[in-house]
Design a binder for this molecule. Structure first.
Ligand code: C2O
Ligand code: CU
Ligand code: CU
Length: 546
């Protein structure tokens, strides 16, 4: 049964919103009844000044995700302001037409602030886009997708208590899908073509977007704007931070009919054991949840299960509809030869540490730029994002990492081992997990040791959406380590490699090569996992452009 939720009525949300951002006249468009920040519309070439007033009871700073702005205007955590303070942003919009996000970026509390409503969509418009005369105005629909969890008084629930460490390591998953801040989202449309602008504003949840009747998605663009030509996809994977521009033609559909955008089923995103637990808990299996006490929340909406996101209702018949342009833009593709480091890609190594998530073997620390994180200004760099655990594991704090693996896996192993006898096993877990301490996990671990064999890699093998600040990049290649093929099969047609990106979903076992320019601005630019719980757990680093 659905809860009568009205997110705007959540007192926590009210604490976190309240018109924090003030910008130039006419650039801000509020969404009625939504807790999301206003939609911001900017023109390429426009010089903007935006005031951020911190009315929270904690520090914050806003980042313009996707925009190419000077380091001091990028919302780096070093510019975090205290309650009562104001930060004035001034920058020129250099980006091409695109949908972007603004959201807070204070170290260790980004996810919490985004979760409680501090995020919004920012559109850049330019002449190239305008000349295409794509559907606009009421025919262009922003769709910010987020998952949330509420208690029975409509108050938002977030990471806390005995679930805490688990939620932070896996990411926090809600059990209600909200679009533009509203539940059970339904849009009434005319029987004609629309432009749908998607943004995954969830903290951790990854969606596999597809129409319920099997109609392919016609993709116009991605994070950094339009593709060269429209691409037809059976479904599209959309990870936190990613955007998608879709042409949806409802002409010919009868008045009164509906179409549902779903997240279709897929696998391989979470560690295997988590996925099994989740799917057991989905739907009617919820009664089993109580037993899982310390591990997961009740009535989870499993990641990778099939569920609706929003509904389109054909309301009115019209005879005119614009035609889909054949050519959208021109994108100059970089080749590896255009980079200054064709034989030595800049490494971005994903791994998990002791109660932390790491990039290049380290958790985030201010003023800790490593040699391979120094980038000469005005260079084009080849970069390689990969999972650093795997075969031998082996980096810096492997002792600690080993502990976490054993603890973590034991936890999972425990669950598995008791598969035939869940009650006993789960209660035991709840007990230990409830302590919320590493020791507790180790305790669980001992019990689970039997499950270790195939288990070792599981805890470590998760999908991570990796985001780089600054200019957009191009995806050069994806390659998959042996052993992940089956899961990959369920997602592999959902990636779009041809456009400008700033966030890329790296699946378990996957290595992704990208080419990224570092032009115009010196200074610190972050790269991090856009699973925001991971980011807050330290899966964030800086490039120093100099
Ligand atoms: Cu959308 Cu550094 O983030
Ligand atoms: Cu960003
Ligand atoms: Cu991550």
């Amino acid at each position: 049964a659905s809860l009568p939720i009205l997110p705007g009525k959540s007192t926590l949300v009210q604490q976190y919103t309240g018109n924090l951002i003030k910008g130039p006249e006419g650039t801000l468009v509020g969404i009625p009844n939504s807790y999301l920040g206003p939609l911001v519309h900017l023109q390429k070439g426009q010089k903007v000044r935006i005031h951020l007033h911190n009315k929270l009871a904690e520090p914050t700073i806003t980042h313009w995700h996707g925009l190419h702005v000077p380091a001091e205007m990028d919302g780096h955590p070093r510019y975090t302001i205290d309650p009562g303070e104001t930060f004035v942003y001034e920058f020129e919009v250099l980006n091409r037409a695109s949908m972007n996000i603004y959201h807070p970026h204070p170290h260790e509390i980004t996810a919490k602030q985004v979760y409680h409503g501090l995020a919004g969509a920012l559109f850049v418009h330019d002449g190239e886009e305008a000349a295409l005369e794509l559907p606009s105005g009421e025919y262009e629909i922003p769709l910010v997708i987020q998952d949330r969890r509420f208690d029975d008084r409509n108050q938002l629930l977030y990471v806390s208590g005995m679930h805490g460490m688990h939620d932070r390591m896996m990411g926090y998953y809600g059990d209600r899908i909200l679009v533009n801040g509203l539940p059970d989202y339904t849009v009434d449309v005319d029987s004609r073509a629309y432009r749908l602008r998607f943004l995954n504003g969830s903290t951790a949840r990854i969606y596999k977007l597809g129409w319920d009747d099997g109609t392919p998605l016609t993709v116009l663009g991605v994070d950094g704007g339009l593709l060269e030509t429209p691409e037809s996809k059976p479904y599209v994977m959309l990870a936190p931070g990613e955007r998608l521009d879709v042409w949806a033609d409802f002409s010919g559909r009868p008045v009164g009919s509906q179409l549902v955008m779903r997240s279709l089923s897929f696998s391989g995103v979470l560690p295997k054991m988590m996925e099994r637990m989740q799917s057991r808990m989905g739907g009617d299996g919820r009664h089993q949840m109580g037993m899982m006490g310390g591990m997961m929340h009740e009535s989870a909406l499993p990641v990778g299960s099939d569920y609706p996101i929003f509904t389109v209702r054909i309301k009115r018949k019209v005879s005119e509809s614009p035609a889909l342009p054949k050519q959208l833009s021109k994108i100059n593709r970089y080749s590896v030869d255009d980079t200054v480091n064709a034989n030595k890609p800049v490494p971005i190594a994903i791994s998990e540490g002791h109660m932390a998530m790491l990039l290049n073997g380290r958790p985030y620390a201010f003023d800790d730029v490593q040699p391979n994180e120094r980038i000469p200004l005005n260079t084009v760099q080849l970069m390689e994002i990969f999972h650093a655990h795997g075969e031998g594991g082996g980096h810096g704090n492997s002792q600690e990492k080993g502990d976490m693996q054993r603890g973590g896996m034991g936890m999972m192993g425990g669950m598995n081992m008791h598969g035939g006898n869940e009650e006993g096993g789960m209660m035991g877990m709840g007990h230990r997990g409830g302590m919320g301490r590493m020791g507790g996990m180790h305790g669980g671990g001992q019990g689970g040791m039997m499950g270790m064999g195939g288990g070792m890699g599981m805890m470590m093998s998760m999908a991570h959406p990796i985001h780089l600040h600054g200019q957009s990049f191009q995806i050069v290649s994806r390659s998959l380590a042996a052993g992940s093929e089956d899961d990959y099969e369920t997602v592999r047609h959902g990636f779009i490699e041809s456009g400008w990106k700033d966030t890329v979903l790296v699946m378990p076992g996957e290595t992704v090569r990208i080419i990224k320019p570092f032009q115009d601005f010196k200074g610190l630019f972050m790269y991090h996992c856009h699973n925001l719980e991971h980011e807050d757990m330290g899966m964030m680093r800086d490039f120093l452009v100099e």
